[in-house]
Design a protein around this ligand. Structure first.
Ligand code: R5P
Length: 298
């Protein structure tokens, strides 16, 4: 097996290749003067099984087009099977029709990938566990729960800690995390205005007075949930508020919002690549967990 990486997250792909001790395919990605992407596989890969890594983060649409160009080039170059890992699946938050007249964008993307030269897809910590069913090819939903649990055990005093789900949508995921660590679980009743996107926490299931709150979530997008949740929990008497969130997108002013004094720390994974993150934001490496899922195919 060889590994090929799109341009979205070369550092993660390189770590996975090192973890598995496999070679990376020599791929050149440039642009024509009219802005179109130009993809060129320089290695001989005929008959090889290929593991392809690409996150659909910004520029999202460009990375999706690049993905399709790479899969076509893989097919034309004679690749045997292509196993595609999408550490962050852009469009996955649009998993239903929120307002009449909208598409189900996650299904659109799943259809496009299913119809490309990809044998199977692996996805990491999806917002909605039904999304794998949108694909018409085999899928594998990988969880970052173990590396996050290890981080918590190594960095927090568990006698004071409580796991918090920031909304009802994330309750099942947070419950599994709380059970893994044998910690109490609290849940916030979060409201989001569909037009403005403004997040308002409306209520809390129990007490967090004097507690170290560990909020477990799938994605930081605009950062609204993080800031409003942290302020809300501090108002309720929480001693510290820390976030454990798989995908750090930090759209718009998202990164600046993380400076809010109510937030003690934010732990994300390297599913999306960032240079020069502030000290407050820590990274948990998901290369081993993704590498192990790939090893299962070899
Ligand atoms: C919502 O249900 C998700 O689990 C996240 O909490 C949400 O997508 C985060 O978005 P934002 O950072 O824009 O508040």
């Amino acid at each position: 097996m060889k590994l090929i990486s799109g341009s979205s997250n070369l550092p993660l792909a390189t770590k996975i290749a090192q973890y598995l001790d496999i070679d990376m395919v020599d791929l050149e990605i440039t642009k024509f003067s009219n802005g179109e992407k130009r993809v060129w596989i320089k290695d001989h890969i005929a008959g090889e099984n290929i593991c392809f890594i690409q996150s659909f983060d910004r520029p999202v649409d460009e990375n999706i087009i690049e993905t399709l160009l790479i899969t076509d080039a893989l097919e034309r170059s004679g690749a045997r099977h292509v196993n595609f890992i999408i550490p962050w699946m852009g469009y996955s938050l649009q998993d239903k029709v929120f307002r009449d007249g909208e598409p189900i964008a996650a299904r659109v993307i799943a259809n496009v990938i299913s119809n490309s030269y990809v044998k199977r897809v692996s996805l990491l910590d999806l917002h909605n566990s039904s999304i794998p069913g949108f694909f018409s090819i085999p899928t594998h939903h990988i969880l970052a729960l173990k590396p996050f649990a290890k981080y918590v055990e190594n960095n927090f005093d568990l006698s004071q800690a409580v796991i918090v789900s920031p909304d009802f949508g994330g309750l099942k995921r947070a419950r599994t995390f709380a059970e893994t660590l044998s910690l109490e679980l609290e849940n916030i009743d979060k409201h989001r205005d569909l037009h403005t996107g403004k997040v308002t926490p409306k209520g809390l299931s129990g007490e967090v007075e004097g507690k170290v709150c560990l909020i477990y979530d799938d994605v930081i997008n605009t950062g609204g949930t993080v800031v409003e949740t942290a302020r809300f929990l501090k108002e309720k008497g929480a001693k510290e508020v820390h976030f454990l969130v798989t995908h750090g997108l930090f759209a718009g002013e998202g990164l600046e919002k993380m400076n809010d004094d109510s937030i003690n720390s934010i732990v994300i994974t390297n599913s999306v690549h960032h240079d020069n993150l502030p000290e407050k934001i820590k990274i948990v490496d998901v290369a081993p967990v993704l590498g192990e899922s790939i090893r299962a195919w070899i």
